[in-house]
Design a binder for this molecule. Structure first.
Ligand SMILES: [Zn+2]
Length: 217
């Protein structure tokens, strides 16, 4: 739980300390992501694809590993300064499953002991998703140490609809965020009632798909 890792993706690869030859260096070269598109509250194109016309509810959540990686980065950037961080994952509901496409990073006044997203900011989060016809699926935030749903966390999710999931990540996100066994995940059941997803349910329902696959042979 308290393992601290410095690599962005939370995984380490062993490398020889000997200087690689030119051909080895070429073979190891892979384009790195140096920039991503970041949009504002109002999208370039307003969408109305009727994705939100379905009833809210889902069994499994499929999330691309790029979403996990960038969320980890957001968490660690805040955590480095001793602050908690908060994001919302949004996407599409289809055939009773949720497919995550989007991270919303709202303005927050987070500190190690208390985090807050104002009602006004929550409204802007929902507006930004409405304009894109995207459904909020999960909210995630970090804790300095252990992950649990605090009394404050339980008061009101950003989307107070049964089935919405709130995830708490330990150690300010300095863990392998792709490992759902480390998450504390709770499903909203209405009026401050939450049901915790045990480790088996988390592994069955929260599925990280590889976003980038390098085929070398
Ligand atoms: Zn919390």
């Amino acid at each position: 739980m308290c393992e601290m890792r410095s690599s962005t993706a939370g995984r380490k690869t062993s490398r020889s300390t000997a200087k690689p030859t030119r051909s080895q260096a070429a073979a190891e070269w892979a384009p790195s992501l140096t920039a991503i598109r970041v949009a504002g509250e109002t999208p370039a194109v307003l969408r109305a694809l009727r994705r939100r016309d379905v009833e809210f509810g889902f069994d499994r959540v499929f999330v691309p590993s790029l979403i996990v990686d960038h969320t980890e980065l957001v968490f660690r950037q805040a955590g480095r300064g001793g602050d908690e961080a908060f994001v919302i994952w949004a996407g599409t509901l289809a055939d009773n499953d949720a497919h995550i496409s989007t991270i919303v990073v709202p303005r927050s006044s987070f500190s190690p002991t208390h985090g807050e997203i104002t009602a006004e900011t929550s409204g802007h989060v929902l507006t930004s998703l409405d304009a894109r016809d995207l459904v909020p699926i999960l909210q995630l935030h970090t804790h300095p140490r252990s992950a649990f749903l605090s009394d404050t966390d339980a008061i009101r999710p950003i989307v107070a609809v049964s089935g919405f999931i709130s995830v708490v990540i330990p150690d300010f996100g300095f863990v392998d965020l792709a490992d759902v066994r480390l998450w504390s995940a709770h499903e909203f059941e209405g009026s401050r009632r939450w049901r915790e997803l045990d480790v088996d349910e988390r592994q069955r329902r929260l599925i990280v798909d590889d976003s980038l696959i390098r085929v070398e042979w």
